[in-house]
Design a protein around this ligand. Structure first.
Ligand code: HPA
Length: 269
């Protein structure tokens, strides 16, 4: 299956991407900055799950940014779409076959930490998987990675340092925190957010963790960046909606794109 996807991509380009980037809900800006790019809609790649979430275009973009060969997933499959965790990380495994050794994952998230503000960028330092499953459930494919992969430093401290330095050069304020992964698609209740805070989560979101688990299984280094689109349920008064997530994401997108662009050259080494 993976080989079929690689063959299809190779019909379009010989580029050997070294960095992979997953762009979340309404955060696709970096894809527009990819030079000499080839765009392949997911539904044209054998086996690739097609995402149904609003704000996700569903296209693989291959090209270069500042000379760095990269593969950008514009849009992702979420577990709440129902395809199964191993299916949701198919793209990550294809990127690994293409040569990707470093993965940047982005997402929209709700702030559990009260010092965060909507629009802020937060570097993910670790995660708590509350999704109740893993993309590695089932027989292990030893060609991909070990049965019991290590998850300490799942979010590479050195990559985080490079991202912090890039943010400083840009004069951008970035936070750092633990991402709590929620299955969704319903937002959390206020009680669930209090639970997530109690178990150490600073951010709540519905993606990223399956991808990072799959990437670590493959031995790929990960950098995670959340865009805070809202204060999580019960942290402040008011209701949550996907429209707000998309609107704040759109407002923050130029800052995320600037940060990714600034850090990319350092990730290729
Ligand atoms: N919870 C879960 N996922 C999210 C949120 C949230 O508050 N905001 C954006 N994605």
């Amino acid at each position: 299956m993976l080989e079929g996807a690689v063959r299809r991509i190779r019909e379009e380009t010989n580029l050997q991407p070294v960095v992979g980037v997953v762009l979340g809900s309404g955060l696709g800006g970096l894809a527009d900055e990819v030079q000499d790019r080839v765009e392949i809609p997911y539904d044209q790649i054998p086996g690739w799950p097609v995402s149904t979430a609003i704000g996700h275009a569903g296209v693989l973009v291959l090209g270069t940014v500042d000379g760095v060969p990269l593969a950008v997933m514009r849009g992702r499959a979420h577990l709440y779409e129902g395809a199964g965790a191993d299916r949701a990380v198919y793209g990550i495994r294809v990127l690994a076959r293409l040569g990707v050794r470093t993965l940047v994952v982005t997402n929209a998230a709700g702030a559990i930490d009260e010092s965060y503000r909507p629009g802020m960028l937060v570097l993910i330092s670790d995660h708590v998987n509350l999704m109740g499953t893993s993309p590695l459930v089932g027989p292990n494919d030893d060609e991909l990675g070990p049965r019991f992969p290590d998850m300490s430093d799942a979010y590479d401290p050195e990559l985080r340092r490079l991202a912090r330095e890039a943010a400083t050069r840009l004069g951008l304020e970035v936070g750092e925190g633990v991402y709590g992964a929620w299955l969704g698609p319903q937002f959390e209740t206020p009680a669930e957010i209090r639970f997530m805070r109690a178990v150490g989560a600073d951010l709540a979101g519905m993606s990223t963790v399956p991808e990072v688990i799959a990437a670590r299984h493959l031995g790929i280094r990960c950098l995670g960046v959340s865009v805070v689109t809202n204060m999580a349920a019960g942290v402040v008064e008011g209701k949550l909606g996907h429209d707000q997530v998309l609107a704040v994401g759109a407002e923050a997108q130029p800052r995320l794109t600037a940060l990714l662009h600034e850090v990319l050259p350092a990730l290729a080494t």
